[in-house]
Design a protein around this ligand. Sequence first.
Ligand code: EPZ
Length: 422
Amino acid sequence: MDRLVIEGGRKLKGTVDISGAKNACLPILAATILSDCKCIIKNVPSVLKDITTMLKLLKVLGMRASIDGQVVVVEPAKERKFVAPYRLVSTMRASVCVLGPLIGRLRQAEISLPGGCIIGPRPIDLHLKGIRALGVDVNIKKGYVIARAKKLRGANIYLGGHFGSSVLATANTLMAAVLAEGRSVIENAACEPEIQDLANFLIKMGSKVKGHGTPRIEVEGVKRLHGAEHTIIPDRIEAGTYMIASAITDGDIILKGARTEHLTAVIDNLNEAGVSVTNVKGGIRVRRKKALTPVDTTTFPYPGFPTDMQAQMMSLMTVTKGISVITEKIYPERFIHISELNRMGAQIHLEGPSAIVRGVKQLSGAEIMASDLRASAALVLAGLAAGGRTNISRIYHLDRGYERIEWKMTKLGARILREKEI
Ligand code: EPZ
């Protein structure tokens, strides 16, 4: 296993290229199952572990996938299969997003149940509700979701859960509905840019979809879909992470390719904290305009503040003079980073779904352990700001979601090395 060694205290400056969005790319790659023709997907963050896992899964399902740099070509190779095995789903929860396409195209799917994960329980009841409404018979047997349908018929589907809309449940329901007979309406649909990107790809394949990007998506089912070429949107969470890298190190970074319209809530919070974010030629420039001031953050579904930026925002608040409150409304247990940040001298305590952060002058480097993907990114940010050396062990989650992070950070002036753990 690898670890990262960071010598903190350097201001990050320069330009960083933002990769294609992992969370847009995963359902879009799954959507290629819906077609019998070749699909070409560009701007794929192909170095990421989650993307390689998805390509492995597509191969298991009878698709041929080839990668050339950031371009992935997918087409059906041989006999189609409909079983997503435990060995792949257990390494990447997002494998569940082949459920909708398999049901849509093959009328059957067997998907290993993903189970919970380190950020808390992650049920799939809304995914099952969505496809059941379209006429699919769903059973759980031996740890697998067994889904069969003679035919799919359009339906009105309400997809709200205890924590609001669901991104991948919306994706699965939408991907099944595009090949259903008749009209479907998905209410309380997720509005995330990743869902908009998926819908745009489905439209290029010949689907009739309206209203994506709003909580009401309308679909008129079609008989078949053709191939399509599509470019993945930039990764707003990677961009947000580099924004905080600039703010936390008092640096000056230009994010190439990022889109401010996908990051409104993050930018709003950063502005309130005293960070300037401006559109400049070639990207978005981020730097402090004054001393940081505390800002309260509450996560919500899009366009609210993303849960995937909560941990990184917390790192910034640990070195911001004053008290801030960070409330997690999507995954109330997603606070695994707190104890590691506290090991670096942060002063954070948890009260229910809220973390109370008392800013300190400086963090100090320490031996810490990474956990989930975004918590790992938060620890890297803390390490960049800390005095001295930080060793972050178990960084494999970072490789699931951040392309060549140490290379990109080094280019910005960070001292960061990847080492094999002894
Ligand atoms: C997506 O997961 C992302 N993953 C997550 O990013 C992200 O944190 C999450 O959306 C929220 O934005 C991918 O896109 C691959 P949800 P998803 O269903 O779709 C509850 C990362 O770090 N819920 O929108 O699985 C759920 O427990 C990852 O890149 C149900 O109750 O998340 C949560 O409280 C981590 N029943 C809320 O809804 C369901 O059937 C939102 O989760 C489904 C979800």
